[in-house]
Design a protein around this ligand. Structure first.
Ligand SMILES: [Zn+2]
Length: 51
């Protein structure tokens, strides 16, 4: 499979970003996390809301 961002052929990890599904390589994932503002509370907030 090829990375949805850089197109490299590697083992990819599924990433759900703003409601869109992406398959990214590890390099792009780390870069993506660096670009997006860190909000560790958001995941916990979503879980508590789902309950
Ligand atoms: Zn990539």
């Amino acid at each position: 499979m090829n990375c949805d961002k850089c197109g490299v052929d590697a083992s990819l990890a599924y990433r759900d970003v703003d409601g869109f599904a992406y398959y990214l390589c590890e390099t792009c994932i780390s870069g993506w996390d660096a670009v997006r503002s860190p909000s560790p509370d958001s995941s916990d907030d979503a879980r508590s809301t789902a309950r």
